[in-house]
Design a protein around this ligand. Structure first.
Ligand SMILES: *C/C=C(C)/C=C/C=C(C)/C=C/C1=C(C)CCCC1(C)C
Length: 243
C-alpha cells in the first residue's frame, strides 16, 4: 500500500462534497411517498454515498496501490473503479427512468457501462504500456457506443414525455455526454496513461471536479423539481400536463 501525497487535499474535498451532496439529497427525499418517485431519490442517494465512501478510502490511502510499468512505478487509485462500477450504472438508471426507458434499453446501457469500467480497470493494472493504451481504446470504444445509445434509442423514448420532462432529460443527457467524455481524456493525460502530461496532483483535482459535477451536480438538477419527477413517473399525466 502506498501513502497519498499532496493530492490527498483533493480527495478530502471530494469526500466532503459527496457527503454534503448525500445529506442534501436525503433532505430533498423526505416525505416522498410515491414508490416510483422514490426510485430517483434512492438511486441518487446511493450514488453520492458510494462516492463519499470511496473518496474517504482514497484520502486515507487504503484505496491506493502501485503498478509497475517498465521502469516506472505508477500510483493507482483503484478505489475510483470500485466507485464507478456501481455509480455509473446508477446514473444511467436515473436518466433511463426519466426517459421512461424499457428494460432492454436499460440493460444495454448498464451492460456497456460495466464493460467500459471493467476494461478501464484492466487498462489501469496492465503492466505493458502499449497494452494499457489498447485497453483504454477498448474502454473508450464502449463509452462511444454507450453515448450513441443515449442520443439514439434513449432520446427517442424520452421524446414521448411531456415538455418539461423532455427538457430536463436533454439537459442531463447533454451534461452527461460532456462530462463522461472528459474521463478518458484525463486518464490518458494523467499518470495512468504513462505519458505523464498531467501530474497526479492535477489529475486527482480534475477527477474530483468531474465526479462532483457528474454526481452531485447531476443529482441537484434531477431532484430540483418534484413536479417534473411526478410527470415523469405518471404516464397518463404526460400528455395533459404540458398541454
Ligand atoms: C461519477 C463517476 C463517473 C460519471 C465516472 C465516469 C467514468 C468514465 C466515463 C470512465 C471512462 C474511462 C474510459 C472511457 C477509458 C478508460 C479509463 C476510464 C475508466 C477513465
Amino acid at each position: 500500500m502506498a501513502t497519498p501525497g499532496a493530492e490527498s487535499i483533493w480527495l478530502w474535498v471530494g469526500t466532503l462534497g459527496m457527503t454534503v451532496g448525500t445529506l442534501y439529497f436525503v433532505g430533498r427525499g423526505r416525505g416522498v411517498r410515491d414508490p416510483e418517485m422514490q426510485k430517483f431519490y434512492i438511486a441518487t442517494i446511493f450514488i453520492t454515498t458510494i462516492a463519499a465512501a470511496m473518496y474517504l478510502l482514497m484520502a486515507t490511502g487504503f484505496g491506493l496501490t502501485e503498478v509497475q510499468v517498465g521502469n516506472q512505478t505508477l500510483d493507482i487509485y483503484w478505489a475510483r473503479y470500485a466507485d464507478w462500477v456501481f455509480t455509473t450504472p446508477l446514473l444511467l438508471f436515473d436518466l433511463a427512468l426519466l426517459a421512461g426507458a424499457n428494460r432492454n434499453t436499460i440493460a444495454t446501457l448498464v451492460g456497456l457501462d460495466v464493460f467500459m469500467i471493467v476494461t478501464g480497470v484492466i487498462a489501469a493494472f496492465e503492466q505493458v504500456a502499449a497494452y494499457r493504451i489498447l485497453w483504454w481504446g477498448i474502454s473508450t470504444g464502449a463509452l462511444l457506443v454507450l453515448l450513441y445509445v443515449l442520443v439514439g434509442t434513449l432520446s427517442e423514448q424520452a421524446r414521448e414525455k411531456s415538455g418539461e420532462v423532455a427538457q430536463l432529460f436533454s439537459t442531463l443527457r447533454n451534461l452527461m455526454i460532456f462530462l463522461w467524455l472528459l474521463y478518458p481524456v484525463v486518464w490518458i493525460l494523467g499518470t495512468e496513461g504513462t505519458i505523464g502530461v498531467l501530474p497526479l496532483y492535477w489529475e486527482t483535482a480534475a477527477f474530483m471536479v468531474l465526479d462532483l459535477t457528474a454526481k452531485v451536480g447531476f443529482g441537484v438538477l434531477l431532484l430540483r423539481s418534484r413536479s417534473v419527477l411526478e410527470m415523469a413517473t405518471k404516464p397518463d399525466m404526460d400528455a395533459t400536463a404540458s398541454a
